[in-house]
Design a protein around this ligand. Structure first.
Ligand code: MN3
Length: 201
């Protein structure tokens, strides 16, 4: 089965005023679709054409060398964006509860310190990329990635990622990436992040 863009699990304008409808339309319908189309084109006719994208990204050396960069970029783009849409919801935000809250406090000192670190990593990502909360096998960490590189390819489990490509925020925030990240916290679906944490732990 070729990859496909999953339907957005809420309306395009559901995350307003934090993320605007036009950005969501272009980001989901155009950018994510392009990653899917290019990933499918790169994998077509290879033994990996029916492999879930996470399994492909876990070991990129299994991808034929001539296709590897295209799969890294576009397969990564597909996986990252699929997770991104599901990490947000209207009326989200607040703070995580339970075991995830405890693990964040243990790893970073406090939820506020975690937020500061994820934001700093996103703001300081030069050019395009992501800032991630990951489970690295022993505990939680914040890592950045360039372009569409997935933490999966480094042996880590992504729990939450903020897209800091300009296409994610430029229409509403222009060059103000820090303001976009500040607003993005208001739409994070912590219940979804907690599910991933439980599965990873
Ligand atoms: Mn994007």
């Amino acid at each position: 089965m070729a990859y496909s863009v999953p339907p957005l699990p809420y309306a395009y304008d559901a995350l307003e005023p934090h993320i605007d409808r036009k950005t969501m339309e272009v980001h989901h319908d155009k950018h994510h679709q392009a990653y899917v189309d290019k990933a499918n084109a790169a994998l077509e006719g290879t033994p990996l054409a029916d492999t879930p994208v996470e399994e492909v990204l876990r070991d990129l050396s299994q991808v034929p060398e001539a296709k590897r960069t295209a799969v890294r970029n576009n397969g990564g783009g597909h996986a990252n964006h699929t997770m991104f849409w599901e990490s947000m919801r209207p009326g989200g935000g607040g703070e995580p509860q339970g075991a995830l809250a405890d693990a964040i406090a243990q790893a970073f000192g406090s939820f506020a310190e975690f937020q500061a670190k994820l934001k700093e990593t996103g703001v300081n990502q030069f050019g395009s990329g992501w800032s991630w909360l990951v489970h690295d096998g022993s505990g939680l960490a914040v890592v950045g990635s360039a372009n569409q590189d997935s933490p999966i390819s480094d042996g880590r489990t992504p729990l939450l990622g903020v897209d800091v490509w300009e296409h994610a925020y430029y229409l509403l925030y222009q060059n103000r990436r820090p303001d976009y990240i500040d607003a993005w916290w208001n739409v994070v679906d912590w219940a979804k992040v907690a599910e991933r944490f439980e599965a990873a732990g």
